[in-house]
Design a protein around this ligand. Structure first.
Ligand code: FPP
Length: 254
């Protein structure tokens, strides 16, 4: 391989997605925003199907940010109802298809009913291995880092860890998704080019891909476009192109 050759075609092991544009999709149709969220729930299935078909092993979806609680009460309430219904409706099928479901974020902020469904979905699907589906709900990247810092401080205070031994691995092991490879590819729909307090730590070397398409419009062709773009990128992880070319293929995609 020459120094300028792209890295070999690769399927991301872990895909992270900001599903943006539900509200605008509905507003363009002069419908209430919740209709857009309902259409967005259908697009979630498109994305899960795609991951299962292409052998993507982990999918993290940003369903509700810590900041989304500040939306009009009517929209938050309708979204909660939608989450409840989706959990009731989809878990059997996800389980049947080998999907392991988990939730990250401030679970205690949700109602007892939603928390119970989250726990039940995680328990039912725990042994599955085909796809890790992570739903980030009331999640914030800064909060995730803050929680890790608090856990480190507690371990230092308890004498389990010395402050001078705190390194990146020690932080990483206390963050959400510590057991998964970091996302290889990040996709955001809806036209905005920002991370919006999603997986701040975990996205350090993730390839970013943006589309103007609104989330409810998502289809397999768009996801394939992102895959093709990803496959053509050279991931250097802070090294030079020549060093990457000399590295083992699996290393270049670590
Ligand atoms: C952002 O669009 C989307 C959300 C805040 C909610 C995402 C929820 C879903 C896709 C529905 C179901 C999800 C699961 C996991 C069952 P926006 O409202 O910010 O859109 P806008 O930028 O056009 O206003």
């Amino acid at each position: 391989m020459t120094a300028t050759a792209p890295t070999p075609a690769a399927v991301p092991r872990h895909l992270a997605v900001i599903m943006d544009g539900n509200g605008r999709w509905a507003e363009r149709r002069r419908r209430p925003r919740i209709i857009g969220h309902r259409a967005g729930a259908r697009a979630v299935n498109v994305c899960i199907d795609f991951c299962l078909e292409r052998g993507i092993r982990a999918l993290t979806l940003f369903a509700f940010s810590s900041e989304n609680w500040g939306r009009p009460q009517e929209e938050v309430g309708a979204l909660m109802k939608l989450f409840l219904n989706a959990l009731d409706r989809e878990v059997e099928e996800l389980d049947r298809r080998g999907v392991r479901v988990r939730f990250i974020g401030e679970r205690e902020r949700f109602s007892a009913g939603i928390r119970e469904r989250m726990r039940a979905a995680e328990t039912q699907t725990l042994a599955n291995t085909r796809l890790d589906l992570v739903i980030a709900a009331s999640y914030g990247g800064r909060q995730d880092i803050t929680d890790a810092a608090r856990a480190l401080a507690a371990d230092v205070a308890a004498g389990k860890l010395r402050a001078e031994d705190i390194d990146e691995a020690a932080v990483a092991s206390r963050m959400a998704l510590a057991d998964l490879p970091p996302p290889d590819l990040f996709i955001r729909t809806g036209g905005d080019h920002r991370i919006s307090n999603f997986l701040l730590w975990q996205l350090a070397y993730t390839e970013l891909w943006f589309t103007e398409l609104l989330w409810p419009e998502l289809d397999a062709a768009t996801l394939q476009q992102a895959m093709d773009d990803f496959a053509g990128r050279e991931r250097r992880f802070g090294l030079t192109s020549a060093q990457v070319a000399d590295a083992l293929p699996e290393k270049t995609h670590a």
